[in-house]
Design a protein around this ligand. Structure first.
Ligand SMILES: NC(=O)c1ccc[n+]([C@@H]2O[C@H](COP(=O)([O-])OP(=O)(O)OC[C@H]3O[C@@H](n4cnc5c(N)ncnc54)[C@H](OP(=O)(O)O)[C@@H]3O)[C@@H](O)[C@H]2O)c1
Length: 283
């Protein structure tokens, strides 16, 4: 989608955890296409290097791959320092690294729960702590990639729900504490996003091997794309959102607003006359 000014982020520097794959890679790609340099952080050095090369080659900008674990504050301190040594500053931070799998509380080990809290919540905290002095200096902006799972009791997702609720809370406090220093902090909460490892792992498999992602319950009739999330991030980082902070921007095609219905969906809203007949027949 070419609705943004091509040099919108010329001279800006992005620091992105989880940028070696999935949604955060496409956010980085989009920011670089609009002129930014970037550092991407993840544990898998080989995948990270390949992603950095691909992103640099495609944009003509520099993508710096720094392997590290967001659970380790020293890794992030070193990555932030190296980013500033290379690019001179950090303007934008994306806290996107996360882990997920399906497990009910009854089958979830203490260690498994702890690991997701450590990656998602502590990882976000560690990223904020490591980058804050630099983001203060540039009067920059944070985006935390959360989820919508914790708005309800989503089965098999206690660990991620708890972790992402804490991420939302951290962002709000950051917005209030750092607003007077000129920093903004917002959350993007993606709904189901197609073509991601996350959705592949979590979606229901049909007998023929294809995935059932429940698209029929998404009012816009499709899964989200990684580009949908990237476009929201571009807007939030741009000056067009200069008075937007402390917010959670849900990008989910209104899937969170659909409740299990007694009437068939979306047929009931597409053909009200037929529905009226059905309802009358039931009375
Ligand atoms: N996919 C969806 O539909 C969806 C929906 C709602 C929210 N989200 C959120 O969107 C974000 C991206 O998700 P995705 O589906 O695109 O997943 P993904 O491709 O699996 O991305 C996760 C990234 O986090 C990195 N990571 C994981 N643990 C790490 C650690 N300890 N230290 C450093 N990096 C680590 C991974 O790299 P390494 O393995 O190399 O470390 C990977 O690049 C996540 O925050 C996720 O919760 C996704």
């Amino acid at each position: 989608m070419d609705v943004f000014r091509p040099n919108l982020f010329e001279g800006k520097v992005l620091f992105c955890t989880g940028g070696g794959s999935g949604i955060c890679k496409v956010i980085t790609q989009t920011m670089m296409k609009l002129g930014a340099h970037a550092t991407i952080i993840g544990r898998n050095a080989e995948r990270l290097e390949a992603a950095a090369k691909e992103l640099s080659d495609a944009s003509g900008k520099t993508c710096f791959a720094l392997s590290g674990d967001v659970r380790k504050p020293a890794d992030l301190d070193a990555a932030a320092k190296k980013t500033v040594e290379k690019f001179g500053k950090i303007d934008f931070v994306i806290c996107g690294a996360a882990g997920n799998f399906l497990a009910p509380i009854s089958g979830l080990s203490v260690n498994a729960f702890k690991t997701v809290i450590e990656i998602d919540t502590l990882g976000t905290y560690n990223t904020i702590k490591a980058t804050l002095p630099y983001v203060r200096a540039s009067k920059g902006s944070y985006i935390h990639i959360s989820a919508t799972l914790h708005y309800r009791g989503t089965p098999y997702q206690a660990h991620v729900s708890a972790a992402k609720a804490a991420v939302d809370a951290l962002s709000k406090v950051l917005a209030v504490e750092e607003g007077p220093h000129g920093i903004r902090s917002n959350v993007i909460a993606p709904g189901p996003i197609g073509g991601t490892e996350g959705m592949d792992r979590l979606s229901r498999k049909r007998p023929d091997g294809t995935s059932d992602n429940g698209e029929q319950y998404i009012p816009l009739g499709r899964m989200g794309t990684k580009e949908d999330i990237a476009n929201a991030a571009v807007w939030l980082f741009s000056d067009a959102a200069s008075f937007v902070t402390g917010q959670v921007i849900v990008v989910d095609g209104a899937s969170e607003d659909v409740r299990p219905l007694t009437l068939p969906y979306p047929e009931s809203v597409l053909n009200p006359e037929k529905m009226r007949e059905m309802i009358r027949a039931r009375m």
